[in-house]
Write a protein that binds this ligand. Structure first.
Ligand code: S3P
Length: 427
């Protein structure tokens, strides 16, 4: 399904973004691992997360949704032998975290996914889990693969990448290992698993290694809990961007997750001169929440520090669009991970920006965008998205402030993370 966007007048009003995708996956997976009942409000009901819900069932949990939208998970106190292949669809998060969780139990589970997921690297979880004692059948270190779990031993794993998926896989495997498991990563990635493990009563803490704190887990049982899922900052990034670049806009994003490890884009936009104000900060659930007021702003190009990349890894596509409407050069570095996301996001964004008349250039680990200011972008292109939801949404936002409309070749994948994207409007 193609989708077109065109010049939009001032955006005004208030709206709540869909539930956070990372927290939604984890609520279902930890709920399935736990003993007893877990209830989840605000779950993101998007294709990626529904794959985790189906997986939770296949691993032995009872999963139900009430007509009001509350999800209930009756965990089996661990994963049981699944009767069928676990289909993770387009979701790297579902695949990697579930593989880690499954490795802790004496079962053999086969995982598969769509064409995009079958190309994405799984060695990053296979390597530490093999060290812990799991065994894998896979032709090339990619999906489809079978995990044979059980009888794991705890390890200290120094991950070469800052990846919350790898961290979560290792920590959840550690729940069923003999002894303690510690995960060391170059820069801290999002910490939702750690926060949620505490809520579920895990024997979890942090240890100081070389002057930095790293998560440590000891084996034990989880107990069902109540989880509230706040609005997803990675989805909110699109309406935030639209309000910044569509003239005379002022919007209020409500109920937004403001975990500091997810706010790299906000930090970068403030450095570019964006008018962004947090209001009504609160912390009811072990994760900080706030409202965010966004006004159209004159922006300058920026070079975010490479170490910030993990806290904005999903936001680089939309940042590169915003940069096209800023004055001067924006240089993104330290983001080589973008090449192994749902598509090669560096190549996809540079191709599409150029097609829209923007001066953009690839770097091995990022890109350069030379912006010409608010009314400088031509647009008028047919964008190839390679089935990547964030690439599609980024160019649809670009079309809201460019001179000519923008068409994306396939908008269907947007449903993996933001099902109501095209209809997202004020309450
Ligand atoms: C996620 C971690 C990030 C992110 C993804 C969600 C998670 O991936 O890009 O969209 O929920 O753990 P990596 O772990 O590969 O960095």
């Amino acid at each position: 399904m193609r989708l077109k966007s065109r010049f939009a007048g001032p955006l005004r009003g208030r709206a709540r973004p869909p539930g956070d995708k990372s927290i939604s996956h984890r609520a279902l997976i930890l709920g399935a691992l736990a003993e007893g009942t877990t209830t989840v409000d605000g779950l993101l009901e998007a294709a990626d997360v529904l794959h985790s819900a189906d997986a939770a069932k296949a691993f032995g949990a009872r999963v139900e949704r009430s007509p009001e939208g509350r999800w209930t998970i009756e965990g089996a106190g661990g994963f049981k032998q699944p009767p069928e292949t676990i289909d993770c669809g387009n979701s790297g998060t579902a695949a990697r975290i579930l593989i880690g969780a499954a490795a802790a139990y004496p079962i053999s589970a086969r995982f598969d996914g769509d064409q995009s997921l079958r190309k994405r690297p799984m060695n990053r979880v296979v390597a530490p889990l093999t060290q812990m004692g799991a065994r894998f059948d896979s032709a090339r270190g990619t999906l489809p693969m079978v995990v044979h779990g059980g009888k794991l031993k705890g390890i200290t794993y120094r991950s070469p990448v800052s990846s919350a998926q790898v961290k979560s896989a290792v920590l959840l495997a550690g729940l069923g290992a003999d002894g303690e498991t510690i995960l060391v990563e170059p820069e801290r990635s999002r910490d939702h698993t750690e926060r949620m493990l505490k809520v579920f009563g895990a024997d979890f803490d942090v240890v100081d290694i070389d002057g930095a704190l790293h998560p440590r887990i000891r084996p034990g049982k989880l107990k069902g809990a109540h989880i509230y899922v706040p609005g997803d900052p990675s989805s909110a990034a699109f309406p935030i961007a639209a309000a910044l670049i569509a003239q005379k806009s002022e919007i209020r994003i409500e109920d937004l997750l403001v975990n500091p490890l997810r706010l790299g884009l906000i930090e970068t936009l403030l450095e570019m001169g964006a008018s962004l104000t947090f209001e009504e900060r609160r912390d009811p659930i072990g994760e900080p929440i706030a409202d965010l007021v966004v006004k159209t702003s004159r922006l300058n190009g920026v070079t975010p520090p490479a170490r910030r990349a993990p806290s904005m890894i999903d936001e680089f596509p939309i940042l590169s669009v915003i940069a096209a409407f800023a004055e001067g050069e924006t240089r993104i570095e330290g983001a080589a991970e973008l090449r192994v996301k749902e598509s090669d996001r560096i190549a996809m964004m540079v191709d599409g920006l150029r097609a829209c008349g923007v001066d953009a250039e690839e770097l091995p680990d990022g890109l350069i965008v030379r912006g010409g200011g608010p009314k400088s972008v031509r647009g008028g292109a047919n964008i190839r998205t390679h089935g990547d939801h964030r690439v599609a949404m980024s160019f649809l936002v670009l079309g809201m402030a460019s001179k000519e409309p923008v068409v994306v070749d396939d908008a269907e994948m947007i449903a993996t993370s933001f099902p109501d994207f095209a209809g997202f409007r004020r309450r």
